[in-house]
Design a protein around this ligand. Structure first.
Ligand code: AMP
Ligand code: GLY
Length: 422
């Protein structure tokens, strides 16, 4: 069979790499992909604009694609799954209606309240003046969130009222997030430890993936600006068996059933970003896709077939799929371009020392291949990902792999996994 994967990040390199392990898979196309997907056996890149649904459909027909996997949120929120499925092309990813869980914070917060899913107190506003008045009624710190998709940058933690006023001004007056900022959610600041809980959902069935924890802040010790994620590890000890049960009972099942009640049954990866404190969980956000960089360490641990998992979900047959994991731990460390997550450099030539290894994998993200060379082409450039018998060994193996990658201005956090080791 042939597969098309939409996206260009580290997540998509990992998805394609994992699918390529299946002997049933003849070829994988990644649209648009990166240098890493270009260089893999059985995988090639294809340049089609993901917002040109007709062009993607034509490509699927001409190449006889029998599975499309959509990586990023934008094409999901735009309805690429609805379109391809209406043309009879098997597509793994939620409909645009279900993807509103990520596409609109107001939608998701209202949904949590309606279906009694624990979350921070909040109010939603579509104008500056009402939002400003509300700032007198709340405690600080507080959290101001642009309603729509903002590439992970739409959340502003405000220590005091002045910072909250600035945040509202940047969103409503300066249009910092474009139409994603037509509404804002102002929400209670939560303390605790974060975890990512990711599952494959198909209507009323769910297969939870192994647990993981991301590192959102740019600097060691979780300081500095928020990023898309500077590294992740799996499993995450903060998600004990009891917490795992609670997440399923209080968050995942109610969400799945709520979506069925809303006539938008879910299909795809469903990602809950959670805050955990004193055995209590609250949902920070939902993502309608696999996490990046969580995908990279999680897929390194997956022993069973990702292709069969996606097919079983599409065919409403998840009960028949037996998911298997290695007991080993994994750790992925992101190597970023100087300046990220603000303005960053691009176009730097990359050199990589020999890095073939059984228990590690260098996933590309913002890279491109030109004139037989690899160049940087994004904020997050690689994710060095490795297994180990425990987290400490996985971390060591990931950093050993990272040492083999060189480009001007490369930087990374030196403490990925520290909460799981302490
Ligand atoms: P989100 O995109 O909503 O997950 O927010 C991005 C990051 O902002 C989260 O991973 C948290 O680190 C932080 N964050 C979001 N909402 C809250 C909150 N209510 N309290 C504390 N931190 C938050
Ligand atoms: N790592 C967080 C995300 O994928 O949104």
């Amino acid at each position: 069979m042939k597969i098309l994967i939409i996206g260009s990040g580290g997540r998509e390199h990992a998805l394609a790499w994992k699918c390529a392990h299946d002997i049933s898979v003849e070829h994988i196309f990644v649209c648009p992909g990166n240098a890493g997907t270009h260089l893999e056996d059985k995988i090639s890149n294809v340049e089609i604009n993901a917002s040109d649904f007709g062009a993607i459909e034509n490509f699927c027909i001409s190449k006889e694609i029998s599975l499309v996997i959509i990586g990023p949120e934008q094409p999901l929120v735009d309805g690429l799954t609805n379109y391809l499925q209406s043309k009879g092309i098997d597509t793994f990813g939620p409909s645009k209606e279900a993807a509103q869980l990520e596409g609109s914070k107001t939608f998701s917060k209202d949904f949590f309240v309606k279906y009694h899913i624990p979350t921070a107190e909040y109010k939603s506003f579509d104008g500056f003046d009402d939002a400003l008045n509300y700032l007198d009624e709340i405690n600080y710190p507080t959290v101001v969130k642009a309603d729509g998709l903002a590439a992970g940058k739409g959340v502003i933690i405000c220590e005091n009222k002045n910072e909250a006023i600035e945040a509202l001004q940047s969103i409503f007056k300066d249009n910092a997030f474009g139409s994603a900022g037509n509404k804002v959610v102002i929400e209670e600041f939560l303390e605790g430890e974060e975890a990512s809980f990711i599952a494959v959902v198909s209507k009323d069935k769910i297969i939870p993936l192994v647990t993981s924890q991301d590192h959102k802040a740019v600097g060691d010790g979780d300081v500095g600006l928020n990023t898309g994620g500077m590294g992740a590890y799996s499993p995450a000890p903060v998600v004990t068996d009891e917490i795992n049960r609670k997440i399923l009972d209080e968050v995942m099942y109610p969400t799945m059933h709520g979506l069925i009640q809303e006539n938008s049954p879910y299909l795809g990866f469903l990602y809950a970003g959670l805050m955990i404190k004193d055995n209590e969980i609250k949902v920070l956000e939902f993502n309608c896709r696999f996490g990046d960089p969580e995908t990279q360490p999680i897929l390194l641990r997956l022993k069973s077939s990702l292709v069969e998992l996606c097919k079983a979900a599409i065919n409403d047959n998840l009960d028949s799929y037996n998911i298997e994991w290695t007991e080993e731990h994994s750790c992925g460390v992101v190597i970023a371009s100087k300046g990220y997550p603000e303005n960053y450099e691009s176009g730097k030539e990359v050199s990589i020392d020999q890095n073939k290894s059984e228990n590690s994998k260098l996933f590309h993200a913002g890279t491109k291949f030109e004139n037989n060379k690899i160049f940087t082409n994004g904020g997050r450039v690689f994710c060095a990902t490795a297994l180990g018998k425990d987290l400490k060994e996985a971390q060591q193996n990931a950093y050993n792999l990272l040492d083999k990658v060189h480009f001007e201005g490369a930087f990374y956090r030196t403490d990925i996994g520290y909460k799981g080791i302490k």
